[in-house]
Design a protein around this ligand. Structure first.
Ligand code: TRP
Length: 335
């Protein structure tokens, strides 16, 4: 038995390729947390179904997501990396938690309200409404201590904690009450062409978005064409110099160098220099990740084998927890 804290986090299989923001904002930090935690990472395909998906595309993106996480350093032997739908205990516990969640309580989730407003309340599914209880099930099945997530997921972790406490006080101590670890938001990455907006896969133009699976020459080209300003000083100033500040943030993350040190080293040097340095740093990191991911994707049988083993490892933790829940709540055992 490991004495390290149990860590659980999840990511949706929502893009063909991850971009710089996912890398710095989540993946890189998860990768580092693997050594100090007993880590479990879940590709939450059932969560992806809460908005309409194309079946073939979903399947493809799920594989691609897994391949990129492994290629970027999530170790499927030391940690567990699995697909949510491979472990039926997740939706099963989610159902139990649904019965313990107030309608009003779920209605207050801001992410649901935002997404429902975007789709129109009639188009929003019951699945979308129940998104947070499925997420709570993900976390609670594994006696999770820490949940590294973006700031936008804080309310969902609060709900998870409430549900854990509610179940424990009603039916006896069953769940560990997890703590959120909010991922460093300092590393927020903006669109290279429109540095006022977050770098996002839904950007109007692809030229401002750097994908992990882009060809290195394409990545370098995009970075060298990044929007800057008419001034010529390499200085971090989010408000006055969003483009340059964004490049500094990226360089800082990829070289583990504080922004202030970078500013000093670029004194008297121009934007051209800055852009080539950023391009080199990003390509140096992404090129090996890209080749490894493509290699994994070229061998689907091996990827499936890894996923099957990891699903077994996850299930070996989750199923006994679900059995305990069913028993405590009064469901008759099958045998
Ligand atoms: N909702 C999370 C997100 O959008 C993804 C997620 C699903 C998750 N289940 C989880 C994150 C469990 C942490 C733990 O980022």
């Amino acid at each position: 038995m490991s004495t390290k804290p149990r860590l659980f986090s999840g990511m949706q299989p929502s893009a063909d390729s991850l971009q710089i923001g996912n890398y710095i904002g989540a993946l890189l930090q998860w990768k580092e947390m693997q050594s100090t935690n007993d880590a479990i990472f879940c590709v939450v395909d059932l969560h992806a179904l809460t908005v309409p998906q194309d079946p073939a595309l979903l399947r493809e993106q799920t594989r691609r997501t897994v391949a990129q996480y492994i290629a970027a350093g999530i170790d499927p032997e030391r940690s567990i990396l699995f697909i949510q739908s491979h472990v039926p205990a997740h939706p099963e516990l989610a159902w139990i938690l649904n019965t313990l969640t107030g309608f009003g309580e779920a209605s207050r989730m801001t992410q649901f309200k935002d997404k429902a407003a975007k789709q129109g309340t009639d188009a929003a599914s019951v699945g979308l409404f129940a998104y947070p209880t499925l997420m709570a099930a993900d976390i609670l099945l594994y006696d999770t201590n820490v949940v590294p997530v973006g700031d936008d997921q804080k309310q969902h972790i609060e709900l998870t904690r409430d549900l854990a406490n509610r179940f424990n006080s009603r039916f006896g101590t069953t769940f560990v009450v997890p703590e959120p670890v909010i991922l460093k938001a300092t590393a927020r990455i903006y669109d290279l062409q429109n540095p006022e907006a977050k770098m996002s896969k839904s950007a109007a133009s692809d030229s401002g978005v750097v994908w992990m699976l882009d060809e290195p020459s394409k990545t370098a080209k995009k970075i060298k064409a990044a929007v800057t300003d008419d001034d010529r000083v390499v200085r971090f100033d989010r408000a006055a110099k969003p483009g340059v500040s964004n490049l500094l943030t990226i360089l800082s993350a990829f070289t583990s160098t504080p922004v202030a040190d970078l500013e000093a080293s670029f004194e008297g040097r121009g934007y051209g220099d800055l852009k080539s340095t950023v391009a080199d740093a990003v390509v140096a990191t992404f090129e090996p990740i890209r080749s490894r991911a493509l290699e994994l994707l070229a061998d689907p049988a091996e990827l499936d084998r890894i996923l099957a083993t990891n699903a077994d490892r996850a299930e070996a933790i989750a199923q006994p927890k679900l059995d305990e829940v069913y028993d405590r709540i009064g469901l008759l055992p099958r045998r």
